[in-house]
Design a protein around this ligand. Structure first.
Ligand code: ADE
Length: 201
């Protein structure tokens, strides 16, 4: 759905309307994945994946705590504090009496072994000063299970596909949130503590 946190992007960059355009092998599902419900704080999406993976002993508490020790112990300056959005441009009028300015946005990219990748991008905060880190996972459409292969056709209305995340995806996303900002780091650490029964020391 256009209003959801999932979009289709060609080469992972250009958003396309999947019910109007024939999909190709260069198309990715972009998912702005959440980890907990804003109101209740209950694990959703990545949070639910962590909960299930821990419950099924697919990911151990030690593995989760090891990542927190490495990326979430306060020794790393968060991405949104270390980087900024830069502007550079021409002094002379190059477009109908206007000068042109380019904005450069820093993006962290974390490649996974199966063609998926995670990005952390910087945005200006909407209703405050400072920057906000956005976390996305990009999934090649060829990596999902559909009733009929997606490549070579348009998507159907409200079409549902299946994606099977591995340990690499889950741990990579945790890492991304830990470095993204102080708030995300605090939230994710608290959430993992709640899921595993006790916080990592
Ligand atoms: N808050 C919850 N999920 C988020 C995401 N994927 N990116 C940025 N902030 C978030």
């Amino acid at each position: 759905l256009p209003t959801s946190k999932v979009r289709i992007k060609r080469k992972g960059v250009q958003p396309i309307p999947p019910r109007k355009e024939v999909l190709t092998k260069d198309d990715y599902i972009e998912w702005q994945i959440s980890y907990q419900d804003k109101e209740s704080g209950k694990p959703i999406e990545l949070g639910e994946l962590i909960r299930l993976a821990h419950e099924m002993k697919y990911i151990t508490r030690d593995e989760l705590c090891e990542i927190i020790k490495k990326y979430g112990d306060g020794s790393i300056k968060p991405f949104d504090k270390l980087f900024s959005i830069m502007r550079k441009g021409t002094q002379h009028k190059v477009y109908h009496d206007f000068t042109v300015i380019w904005e450069e946005t820093p993006i962290l990219r974390y490649d996974l072994s199966d063609g998926c990748y995670i990005e952390v991008a910087l945005k200006h905060k909407q209703k405050a000063v400072g920057y906000q880190s956005m976390v996305y996972i990009y999934i090649p459409i060829q990596n999902v299970i559909a009733r009929r292969p997606l490549v070579g056709r348009t998507a159907e209305e409200k079409e549902v596909v299946i994606w099977k995340p591995s340990k690499e995806h889950i741990l990579g996303l945790i890492k991304a949130f830990l470095v993204a900002s102080e708030d995300h780091q605090r939230d994710v650490k608290k959430l993992i503590g709640k899921i595993t029964g006790h916080p990592c020391t």
